[in-house]
Design a protein around this ligand. Structure first.
Ligand code: FMN
Length: 259
């Protein structure tokens, strides 16, 4: 995403430079000296830096859409989350281009209400990144993401039109339910929040297992191999994981009581 306003620089204020709050010292576990940066005094670029450094790791939605005339588009978005389970819903936040125009993904979603979100595992990271280039709408990112001279292979979706990435370990066919403009850029909203309902889940062979009562067992994160977006150009792998049952959920249960 691109800074949307002229920078307003404000030096960070460190806690040690300020008088201590009247309600006493920080707890023993708190860092003793932290930098305070008030959002309203920061440039858009600095705010973006803090948001993307501090809200991490972020999952990556690799979003396939079609323009009204059927032209395909594929691009990654890490302002992405699951927000509801009944019905399954996800959200994406898509920044407005500096010239005020919507990114192709948003224009396509608003025109067709359909999107297919592909899971990104480490072997797909280069292909995913190739589709993040800022390109004219006529360019088919599937051409850029494939092996030299070949289009990235796709598979048809079942309930929406945008195709799936054939080599993705999972995909979700979605229909947009809401689009909410957020913030103020120099030329309109700075972003648009898209909420979408998941209609179909696709999962690679071997990942779906059920327990003796027929309930889905948790997937092995190593088999799924998701990558996450960190700050700057960094990414996280999900190989190094640990298990921690929630209090009251029973030992080893994958079904915590309720979110
Ligand atoms: C890992 C990754 C995550 C990204 N996340 C976002 C995001 O959350 N929102 C956004 O507006 N752009 C994001 N981008 C940039 C878009 O992918 C980029 O602007 C792309 O060109 C949009 O393509 P489109 O115009 O075809 O929709 C991200 C790029 C990368 C590599």
């Amino acid at each position: 995403m691109v800074p949307l306003a002229a920078p307003r620089h404000s030096p960070p204020v460190s806690e040690s430079e300020r008088p201590r709050d009247s309600d006493g010292p920080t707890s023993p576990a708190s860092p003793t000296s932290m930098d305070r940066l008030d959002a309203a005094a920061l440039s858009a670029g600095d705010v973006y830096r803090l948001m993307t450094d501090l809200v991490t790791p972020r999952p990556i939605a690799w979003v396939s859409t079609l323009a009204e005339d059927g032209r395909p588009n594929l691009a990654p978005f890490s302002y992405f989350q699951a927000v509801c389970s009944r019905p399954p819903m996800v959200m994406l936040s898509i920044a407005t281009r500096p010239d005020g125009h919507p990114k192709d993904t948003l224009a396509n979603i608003l025109a067709t209400r359909e999107l297919t979100i592909n899971h990104v595992s480490e072997p797909l990271s280069q292909a995913m990144n190739a589709t993040s280039a800022e390109l004219p709408a006529e360019v088919d990112e599937w051409e850029l993401a494939g092996e030299p001279g070949a289009r990235l292979p796709s598979r048809p979706a079942a309930m929406v039109r945008p195709p799936r990435v054939a080599s993705a370990r999972a995909a979700m066919e979605c229909r947009m339910t809401h689009a909410l403009p957020l913030g103020h850029g120099p030329k309109g909203p700075s972003s648009t929040l898209v909420l979408a309902e998941v209609l179909v889940f696709w999962v690679a062979p071997g990942l779906i297992r059920r327990d003796e009562r027929g309930r889905l067992s948790p997937m092995d994160p190593a088999d799924l191999g998701a990558i996450g977006r960190l700050g700057g150009m960094s990414y996280a792998r999900t190989r190094d994981t640990f298990v921690m049952p929630r209090p009251g959920a029973g030992s080893g249960s994958h079904r915590p009581p309720k979110p």
